[in-house]
Design a binder for this molecule. Structure first.
Ligand code: NI
Length: 178
């Protein structure tokens, strides 16, 4: 297990469309998932996508009981999701602030579908199918965007609600966002 380097916005590897995972339950995949959790936890992240550590596979992880970067967010179950497919369950969208470990020090308000279904498999190929809303739905959409080469600033429509975390959220634990 190891903490990997997180690529930052501007690196062209963050703009690629990720390849589907075709082999499950392999030692290589187990190591990759363990490294991703180590990396996400070291950075206090709510989620991480494989392309953020330079691995161009359709693999995201997310979840937390309590997250220092999003202290008001309800808990999200710890999840390993491969080859995901998202289906919005209504046209309704919600604005909410997001950050990204690849865009350190910044937050922006991003419109996301309020309710959706996500489907995929875990690292052993076991199917996952959930219907979610709120912050859980937001995290999934943010992470799956990474698999499409999309970073959250590319989704912002109101740039008056985009800025430095320390300015917009001065009460947030300074160690919670780099
Ligand atoms: Ni991100």
């Amino acid at each position: 297990m190891a903490v990997r380097e997180i690529l930052k916005m501007g690196d062209p590897r963050l703009l690629r469309v990720a390849e589907p995972v075709r082999e499950f339950g392999t030692p290589e995949l187990d190591t990759l998932v363990a490294d991703m959790f180590d990396t996400m936890h070291a950075a206090n992240g709510a989620g991480l996508a494989a392309p953020q550590i330079g691995v161009n596979l359709q693999l995201v992880i997310f979840g937390f009981q309590h997250n220092a970067r999003y202290p008001d967010a309800p808990q999200v179950p710890e999840t390993v999701l491969l080859n995901p497919v998202l289906t919005p369950l209504s046209e309704l969208t919600e604005e909410g602030f997001e950050g990204c470990l690849s865009v350190p020090g910044l937050r922006g308000s991003v419109p996301r579908y309020a309710r959706l279904r996500y489907e995929g498999v875990d690292q052993y190929g076991i199917p996952i199918r959930r219907e979610v809303d709120g912050f859980h739905a937001r995290v999934v959409q943010h992470e799956v965007d990474h698999l499409l080469g999309i970073l959250y600033p590319m989704r912002i429509t109101d740039f008056s609600r985009f800025g430095f975390t320390e300015v917009m959220f001065p009460d947030l634990d300074p160690g919670a966002d780099d």
